[in-house]
Design a protein around this ligand. Structure first.
Ligand code: GUN
Ligand code: ZN
Length: 435
C-alpha cells in the first residue's frame, strides 16, 4: 500500500450549504491522506497526523486550499479551437463555426491531438470530471476516452447523434447512430473510470426515429448518462415547436421518448416553464447552467430562484466553445452575476458545492467523486490564494470562508490552480506547465 499525505487548508461538503449551514466543512490546518488512489482519511491535521505512516510522502501546502476536483457538466471538446468565435446568436454560430469545425474530426489525428490538449486544459483549470460532447464521428469519442484514460480521469462522454437538419458531412442514419452508440457503450462504459453518455445533440437535429433509438438504448442501459440541449435560445424554441407540434413544450419532446431520468443532463434550461422545471425535479433530470455561454451568445438569463422553488436539480458548466472559459471559477463568477440579475444571491460557498459535491450528487456519482470523504476517488485541486498580486491582496483581507471563496470565484481562473490530482496522482502542476 502506498500512502501520500497533503497538508493544507481543506474544504469539503456533507450536503447543500443552502439547506444546512454546517454542510461546508473547512479545516484551516487539514490533511488529506491518500492510499491506492482513494481518500483514506481527511480532516484536521491535529486529529489525523498519527495516521500518516512513517514512509509516507507529506506535502506541505499549508498556504494553499485543497477542494474536491471540479465537475463541468456540459462541454464540447471539438469546439476547443473555435472558442471565442463571434456570431449573432446560437443558430448562426452553429452554422458558421461549429459544424465546419466538427467536420475536421473525421480525421483521427485531429481528434487525438485536440482531445489531448482539451484534457490538459481541463486539468489546468482544476476540472477532473466533465460531461463531454464529441462529434458525430465515433472515432472522436474513442479519441476523447483514450486521452482521459491515459490520465486515469473519471470522464463521461458520448458521440453526438444527428440524422437531420445538419450538413450531410455530419449526418448519421438512424441505424448508424444506434450501432455506433451501442458499440461505444460496450467499449467504454464503466471501462476503468470512463462512462458513456448517449448524446442526441438537440431535438431539431434528430428525427423521431433517432429519438426512438435513443429511448431503446437508454432502456437497455439503465446506468448510462444522457446529455442534450434544451430551451437555450428563443429561435431554437420556436423551431422545436414547429417540428414537434404535438408536444406541450421543448422539454416534453425528450420526456415523450423517456429521456428524462436520473443521469440525464440538459444544457441551458433557460426558457423552461414551471411545469417543465417540476418535471425535471420529478424525474431527477439535471440542468447544466452555462452562464459564460448564455451571456456570450445572448441566449438569456437562467432563473436560479425558479430552479430552487421547483427543486430542479442544477449544476454548473462551461459549454466551451459556446462558453468562453474552461475555468469553473470563471463560470462561478458569471453564474453569480446571472443570479444577481434575477435578484437571487448565489453564495460562493454554494457555487463551490454546485461545482463539486452538488454535481456528484446530481449525477449519481456521490459515492465516487465530489468530496474528500473516505473511500472517495482522490480527485482534488490545490488552489493558490496568492496566485496573482491582486488575489493575494484580496485574500489577505478575507475574514470568512465565504469571502475567501468569493475572491477565488470572482478573481480566479487557471492561474489560481496550483496543482490538480486524479485518483491520487498529480496530473497538473502550474509551475511545471509554465516552464
Ligand atoms: N445546441 C445544439 N448544439 C449546440 C452546441 O454545440 N452548443 C450550444 N451552446 N448549443 C447547442
Ligand atoms: Zn452545449
Amino acid at each position: 500500500m502506498t500512502q501520500s499525505a497533503f497538508r493544507a487548508k481543506l474544504l469539503t461538503f456533507t450536503g447543500d450549504p443552502a439547506q444546512s449551514p454546517d454542510a461546508a466543512v473547512f479545516h484551516e490546518d487539514g490533511v488529506v491522506i491518500v492510499e491506492d488512489g482513494r481518500v483514506a482519511a481527511s480532516g484536521a491535521w491535529s486529529a489525523l497526523k498519527d495516521r500518516v505512516s512513517d514512509g509516507a510522502s507529506v506535502q506541505d501546502l499549508r498556504d494553499k486550499l485543497i477542494v474536491p476536483g471540479f465537475i463541468d457538466t456540459h462541454i464540447h471538446y471539438p469546439q476547443t479551437d473555435m472558442i471565442a468565435s463571434p456570431a449573432p446568436g446560437l443558430l448562426p454560430w452553429l452554422e458558421t463555426y461549429t459544424f465546419p469545425t466538427e467536420r475536421g474530426f473525421a480525421d483521427e489525428a485531429v481528434a487525438a491531438d485536440t482531445a489531448r490538449f482539451f484534457v490538459d486544459e481541463l486539468l489546468a483549470s482544476g476540472t477532473t470530471t466533465a460531461l463531454v460532447y464529441c462529434t458525430v464521428h465515433k472515432q472522436s469519442a474513442d479519441a476523447l476516452f483514450t486521452a482521459s484514460e491515459a490520465k486515469n480521469l473519471r470522464m463521461v462522454a458520448g458521440k453526438v447523434l444527428m440524422d437531420r437538419h445538419c450538413p450531410e458531412f455530419l449526418r448519421d442514419t438512424t441505424q448508424t447512430g444506434y450501432d455506433d452508440s451501442a458499440e461505444l457503450i460496450a467499449r467504454w462504459h464503466n471501462n476503468g473510470r470512463q462512462m458513456y453518455a448517449l448524446t442526441p445533440r438537440f431535438a431539431p437535429t434528430s428525427t423521431e426515429a433517432q429519438l426512438e433509438a435513443c429511448e431503446a438504448l437508454a432502456k437497455a442501459h439503465g446506468d448510462i448518462f444522457i446529455q442534450s440541449h434544451v430551451a437555450e435560445n428563443l429561435d431554437e424554441v420556436a423551431w422545436v415547436k414547429s417540428l414537434f407540434p404535438r408536444q406541450r413544450s421543448y422539454l416534453d419532446v425528450y420526456d415523450h421518448y423517456s429521456l428524462l431520468r436520473r443521469r440525464a443532463v440538459y444544457g441551458h434550461c433557460i426558457w423552461l416553464d414551471d411545469e417543465d422545471r417540476r418535471r425535471m425535479a420529478e424525474t431527477g433530470a439535471v440542468a447544466a447552467h452555462c452562464p459564460t455561454s448564455n451571456l456570450f451568445l445572448g441566449s438569456g438569463l437562467f432563473d436560479f430562484a425558479k430552479a430552487q422553488e421547483t427543486q430542479m436539480p442544477v449544476t454548473l458548466a462551461t459549454d466551451v466553445g459556446g462558453g468562453t472559459s474552461f475555468s469553473m471559477l470563471q463560470t462561478m463568477n458569471e453564474a453569480h452575476k446571472v443570479a444577481r440579475m434575477g435578484g437571487h444571491h448565489l453564495t460562493a460557498t454554494r457555487m463551490f458545492w454546485l461545482a463539486t459535491a452538488g454535481a456528484a450528487q446530481a449525477l449519481d456519482l456521490a459515492d465516487k467523486i465530489g468530496t474528500l470523504a473516505p473511500q472517495s476517488e482522490a480527485d482534488f485541486v490545490v488552489l493558490d490564494p496568492k496566485a496573482t498580486p491582486l488575489l493575494a491582496r484580496r485574500t489577505a483581507r478575507a475574514d470568512s470562508l465565504e469571502e475567501l471563496l468569493f475572491a477565488f470565484a470572482l478573481l480566479g481562473d487557471d492561474r489560481a490552480v496550483y496543482e490538480t490530482y486524479a485518483a491520487g496522482a498529480r496530473v497538473h502542476s502550474r509551475e511545471q506547465a509554465r516552464r
